[in-house]
Ligand binder design. Structure first.
Ligand SMILES: [Zn+2]
Length: 99
């Protein structure tokens, strides 16, 4: 019976308590527009402030958030492109050397 064991048990207890509380909260809160129980809104992808559901791009009115989002988006696009481009080149080279 060590200290570690006690801590582990306490942690699992807390986790199950949290789950129970969350379930209770979900049951209590009124059903809003969506079936999942979440109210109809989304969050700014930079600062997580609640914004209207139809906000496009998904950022708040803050100019800083907008530029951060744009930067993030362009780097993400670049990454996706590389993800496809490099295997494509590798396959192309493999085919060319095989011929
Ligand atoms: Zn924001």
């Amino acid at each position: 019976m060590g200290r570690k064991e006690r801590i582990a048990r306490a942690a699992t207890q807390t986790a199950s308590q949290a789950r129970e509380t969350a379930a209770r909260e979900r049951g209590r809160s009124k059903r809003t527009t969506s079936a999942s129980g979440a109210s109809a809104h989304r969050h700014c992808s930079v600062c997580w402030a609640p914004i209207p559901l139809k906000a496009e791009p998904p950022v708040c009115n803050d100019a800083e958030c907008e530029s951060t989002y744009e930067k993030r988006e362009s780097s993400r696009k670049r990454l996706t492109l590389m993800l496809y481009l490099f295997p494509a080149i590798a396959i192309l080279l493999a085919i060319m050397t095989a011929i």
